[in-house]
Design a protein around this ligand. Structure first.
Ligand SMILES: [Zn+2]
Ligand SMILES: [Zn+2]
Length: 373
């Protein structure tokens, strides 16, 4: 498993849902419902199931963003959403009852995707548990965000124990059948009341739903089924990434149990700005200080560029303090279009206390201009 897929946040969510950029909430909801009927793994009629699942995830992701006014406005402005908080991707297996729900109330559909499938997990005979997500932070230099950068991250994570194949039992075989549930993984209890007999089926707490009891624990993992491993992933820093943006690497988190999928890795990106810059969207704000004689006579100043080099900026004679010059296309690239913003240079004019010689010259100048003191 290497690299995983970086959740490129450049996807066009409008295109995915097939709606115009000014679509109303209602339009978006309608388009989503239609696509869900077509692409949900349980509903999909075609042969490329894998592709359908990916497509479905994309649709969920798009809807999650565009249906939330705050996320939508962020997406419209920056082309991505900083914190992917959606609980999508839980499409595998057990979202049974989907067809009943799809024709019911919309809220029900929502429940199936974002809550229902999780509850379904707990009632499965052999529960499979998704591994926990891992959160990490990396810091990149501003210059790395201009063209993007490939970087690597090393971290500890839980991996499936090879000695017992993740079962936690010695050699992966030292089991006996759970006496509490007779190997079924579930226990049914009867409750008698005035109204009759009710049965309640739940996961067997003696074996955790596996139906098996470990006789001898695996010495390599002490029966946990997982071991710590040092893991290294490749992270693709996209051009124009914003400070605080999160990149998701699917499956790079802790390993799942009982055949469950791995958790994901969420990498929060911090962008370290040089102290002389301020960022405003994709523009860079920079202040240059010049002498009043330079402002009066004109000059050329060197402006540092985010990639490390300099650009000469001509300040014309007679420039007022506070004038803003634009270095077009030297700013930060937009994540969606790749187009770079500008550097906006504000001119600050210093007026130091003049030396004796300067004072004489200035008095001379004042006289020729007829300024009385
Ligand atoms: Zn083990
Ligand atoms: Zn049991």
């Amino acid at each position: 498993m290497n690299g995983g897929e970086v959740m490129t946040t450049r996807k066009d969510y409008y295109e995915i849902l097939g709606v115009p950029r000014d679509a109303t909430k209602e339009d978006i909801k309608k388009a989503y419902r239609k696509l869900v009927k077509q692409w949900h793994p349980d509903a999909y009629k075609g042969s490329d199931k894998k592709n359908a699942e990916e497509k479905f995830k994309e649709i969920q992701e798009a809807y999650e963003v565009l249906s939330d006014p705050q996320k939508r406005s962020m997406y419209d402005r920056f082309g991505y959403v900083g914190e992917p908080s959606y609980s999508g991707g839980k499409t595998s297996g057990n979202s049974g009852g989907f067809f009943e729900d799809i024709f019911g109330d919309f809220q029900d559909i929502f429940d199936v995707f974002f809550g229902g499938s999780r509850t379904a997990h707990s009632t499965r005979t052999h529960r499979s548990v998704k591994g926990e997500d891992i959160h990490a932070t990396i810091t990149v230099e501003l210059k790395d965000t201009i063209n993007g950068k490939i970087t690597f991250l090393e971290y500890n994570r839980k991996a499936t124990c090879n000695a017992c194949n993740g079962t936690g039992a010695e050699n992966g075989t030292s089991f006996s059948t759970c006496p509490r549930c007779n190997g079924t993984g579930t226990v049914t209890e009867e409750h008698r009341s005035f109204f009759g007999v009710f049965t309640n089926t739940h996961v067997c707490e003696a074996c955790g739903g596996t139906g098996k009891i470990i006789n001898k624990r695996c010495p390599a993992c002490h029966g946990t089924g997982t071991v710590q491993e040092r893991h290294r992933v490749r992270i693709n820093i996209p051009p124009g990434v914003e400070d605080g943006a999160t990149i998701r690497l699917a499956g790079q988190g802790n390993s799942g149990r009982y055949g469950g999928p791995n958790g994901d890795l969420y990498v929060r990106v911090r962008v370290s700005m040089p102290p002389y810059y301020r960022r405003s969207g994709n523009d860079i704000l920079y202040t240059v200080e010049i002498d009043y004689t330079q402002a009066a006579l004109g000059t050329v100043v060197k402006i540092p560029l985010p990639e490390g080099s300099y650009e000469n900026l001509k300040i014309p004679a007679g420039t007022d303090p506070g004038t803003v010059f634009k270095l077009k296309g030297y700013g930060i690239p937009s994540m969606s279009s790749g187009r770079r913003g500008d550097i906006l240079v504000t001119v600050k004019v210093k007026i130091p206390k003049p030396s004796l010689k300067e004072k004489k010259l200035l008095e001379e100048l004042a006289r020729t201009k007829g300024i009385s003191r």
